[in-house]
Design a protein around this ligand. Sequence first.
Ligand code: URA
Length: 202
Amino acid sequence: DKADIDSGGAIPDFAALRARAAEEDRTTPEGYGRFVLGEGPEDADLMVVGEQPGDVEDREGRPFVGPAGQVFDRAAVAAGLDRREAYVTNAVKRFKFTLRGKRRIHQSPGAPEIEQARWWIAREVELVRPKLLLAMGGTAAETLTGTRAGILKRRGHVEETEYGLVFLTVHPSYILRLPDAELQREEEARYVADLAAAKEAL
Ligand code: URA
């Protein structure tokens, strides 16, 4: 019942969580993609949290496998972080989009999507019990710390939250959206430095 669900009491393990996710995935609301749960070792020390699946993630049913995922992968390697050792997920589990012709254009999740998705990230955190959560971008910061304000000043540091210790950094898409290659290189270097500091904080 709802009390069980809210407490997470009905979800003793990942098999149960995946079963619930499969149930969610049987219906897809209009304007949204399929349900994409996190992936990675269920006892990972590090949980990486992004915003929501993108177009590629939606088609593959896996987090961070599109362009932003490639930036993350490259930065993780440069920072000495092994992605395969992290549990990688998103604050919001469905791609939100508007159609422009046949193209699906990314829409940022709003407060309703973020609040609805909170149950899922809370269950993932409960089951994995990571030592550190890496919040990438505003949506993950808002979900895990309660606010996205001032993220560029808060990046590179650990904050204590009800979910545990949260290390803040920017979203890899932020780097991809920068207008020139030089800026992108600089910001990618800062992102790598954040990931290396997160590794140190583990
Ligand atoms: N951006 C995200 O925040 N998450 C993904 O999985 C892909 C792109």
